[in-house]
Design a protein. Structure first.
Length: 277
């Protein structure tokens, strides 16, 4: 997209075309959208009105948290996690990920106009250095073929007090153009082999989302966001280093032109339940 299609706050560029889609989708064609937020904070909060602050950017964002406003429009915060480790992806180094389920696309736009939201937004502006906000629609899992899972009590690397459950987020941009929710053949080939390995380690899926637009970001477009649960970080490393998965890695590399892979420690994880309600 050209730069003329982008504007916005100091922590990101608004995609005007996608904003127009969110605002003008006909009611009979509208429905829930999951806004996936990647957040990178300022070291210290920076309020535009010049007020002195002794709080961090993260703390300013905690003050912003518009949970009460979301409830008034029928939206729900369904996922929040701190970034434990960023394995793939260029700067910025993301600090936190959150997902909000909105009842309709238009409700997301309507919220921006609310006075109670705007009063809170000053804290987000002070705390946020950069962000990507993607509009996601649930998409079916790729065809995996025959996959055998293990019982929970037989997982090789279960959660412990020192190493609890993690969620791994893959944000994907494919090398070739694909229809919304579709995958290149190489990605399907990789996913099929990786799923067989993952199933042996008690891995499950929280949600796969097709990205219909990036309302706020740095100008890049994305195709999918995949949230995958692992019993532990050790389980994730076992899957990553498995010889069978490594053999299929070339397919993944051929399919993807840009990506983030983030290991997340969730504090709220109602993502799967939000897809079923």
């Amino acid at each position: 997209m050209s730069d003329s299609n982008h504007a916005g706050p100091r922590y990101g560029k608004v995609d005007i075309d996608y904003a127009r889609k969110l605002a003008t989708t006909e009611p009979d064609q509208d429905g829930p959208v999951w806004m996936i937020n990647l957040m990178h904070y300022r070291e210290a909060a920076d309020y535009q009105d010049g007020q002195q602050s002794q709080i961090s950017g993260r703390e300013a964002d905690d003050i912003y948290s518009p949970v009460d406003v979301l409830a008034k429009i029928g939206a729900e915060l369904v996922f929040v996690a701190d970034v434990d480790q960023q394995l793939l992806g260029k700067d910025p180094r993301w600090d936190r990920v959150a997902v909000v389920k909105y009842p309709t696309r238009k409700s997301f736009i309507d919220m921006q106009q609310r006075e109670d939201f705007q009063e809170k937004h000053v804290h987000k502006d002070a705390g946020m250095k950069s962000t990507i906000v993607m509009g996601g629609l649930p998409t079916s899992l790729p065809e995996m073929g025959e996959v055998s899972s293990v019982d929970a009590d037989q997982v090789p690397h279960p959660a412990t007090e020192e190493d609890g459950e993690i969620v791994v987020l893959h944000v994907l941009k494919y090398e070739e153009s694909v229809d919304l929710g579709e995958n290149p053949e190489d990605m399907n080939n990789y996913s099929s082999e990786a799923a067989k390995v993952a199933a042996r380690h008690g891995v499950s899926v929280s949600g796969f989302f097709a990205v219909e637009g990036t309302i706020l970001g740095d100008g890049r477009d994305w195709d999918q966001a995949r949230f995958i649960n692992y019993p532990s970080k050790q389980a994730f490393m076992a899957v990553v280093s498995d010889p069978d998965r490594l053999k299929a890695q070339t397919h993944r590399e051929n399919a993807i032109s840009d990506t983030y892979t983030l290991i997340l420690r969730p504090t709220i994880n109602q993502l799967k339940a939000s897809l079923e309600s």
